[in-house]
Ligand binder design. Structure first.
Ligand code: NAP
Length: 309
């Protein structure tokens, strides 16, 4: 009985060390060098090569190495009958909040406008704004979006949130489903995308959405690059409908050197660093799920692979 770490763009060694720190007796193997594929019962995966999970005849559980599971949906041979779990970690939620808080404060305290003024040596004090009059719109009110929405509300911002099912969060006006989407957007001054990537949310940050936001709104995308229709964003920024965009995730990563986002004056680019999973912090829940699986008990943080998140 063993765990295999199957990843293509992460170094597996810190994960092996972190899991062994929790339980030194674990048999942890690393793709593609497992001793016997038949020994593997638990796969810890990130962007695994398509079809590869079919090579493990005794696999009983698949865990994502992050909060998202959209990388599984790209595998048309994915064993959908197996339970799938993801990582839920307070540190991940806190670090995501820190990033989006920085982005929100950048627009709220108008550093983007002052940067533009600086390029022209222009000394001009923008009219002051209040937090209570600045509405943050949170798309996705799950582990990350729900946590950040409540923190922004406690800071004094006006916060509205949108999710698939209705939510009740302290001090936050919530909207649900496609029928309430436009009302949600019409109130939003800084829009944050923390949706999972699913067929329903792919390309959701598009022209229609941008023009349903009030003129001068900003967007922050920290979810997935495929949520954004890139040419629609550039058009809405160049037409001065949107004020700015802070982007941490991209359709192609690393962002190609010639990509227009790098040099656009109204776009802030960061290299998918908004919230990086710390193996030490998440190793205990991975080991716990491995033990729960062995004992036939319900797993933690199970996802519905058919729903897509
Ligand atoms: P989560 O707990 O699963 O929450 C997802 C939220 O999105 C839920 O509120 C859900 O609504 C809502 N939602 C899903 N589909 C929707 C739809 N079609 N319309 C409206 N709302 C919809 O996910 P999470 O842990 O907060 O993570 C969110 C995403 O952040 C991940 O999937 C991942 O892609 C991204 N992420 C990025 C980074 C990074 O470094 N940039 C790090 C971690 C995660 P219900 O509540 O009604 O289900």
């Amino acid at each position: 009985m063993a765990i295999s770490i199957i990843c293509t763009n992460k170094d597996p060694q810190p994960w092996v060390a972190a899991l062994h720190d929790v339980d030194a007796s674990l048999d942890i193997q690393v793709w593609p060098n497992e001793k016997q594929k038949s020994e593997i019962e638990f796969a810890l995966c990130w962007k695994h090569p398509e079809g590869i999970l079919q090579n493990y005849p005794n696999l009983r559980c698949i865990s994502s190495m992050g909060a998202g599971i959209d990388h599984f949906l790209n595998d048309s041979f994915f064993p959908e009958h197996l339970p799938v779990v993801r990582l839920v970690d307070p540190l991940l939620a806190q670090s995501m909040f820190e990033y989006i808080c920085t982005a929100v404060m950048f627009y709220f305290r108008e550093f983007d406008l002052y940067q533009a003024q600086q390029r022209q040596a222009c000394w001009y004090q923008q009219p002051p704004q209040s937090m209570a009059e600045t509405t943050i719109g949170m798309m996705g009110l799950g582990q990350l979006g729900g946590y950040a929405a409540e923190k922004f509300s406690l800071m004094g911002f006006d916060v509205v949130g949108w999710s698939r099912s209705r939510k009740s969060l302290n001090g936050i006006q919530t909207f649900a489903g496609p029928q309430e989407f436009e009302t949600f957007l019409s109130k939003t001054k800084v829009l944050i995308c923390l949706l999972p990537l699913t067929p329903q949310t792919q390309g959701i940050l598009n022209r229609d959405l941008f023009y349903n936001l009030p003129k001068g709104a900003s967007i922050v995308n920290v979810a997935r690059g495929e949520h954004l229709v890139e040419e629609d964003l550039i058009e809405a920024l160049d037409a001065d409908h949107l004020r700015g965009a802070c982007l941490d995730v991209f359709r192609e990563e690393p962002l190609p050197r010639k990509h227009p986002f790098w040099t656009h004056k109204k776009i802030v680019v960061t290299p998918h660093c908004s919230s990086i999973t710390n193996p030490k912090s998440v190793a205990p829940q991975i080991v716990q799920n491995y033990q729960l699986m062995q004992n036939g008990k319900p797993l933690l943080n199970r996802v519905d692979i058919l729903r897509g998140y």
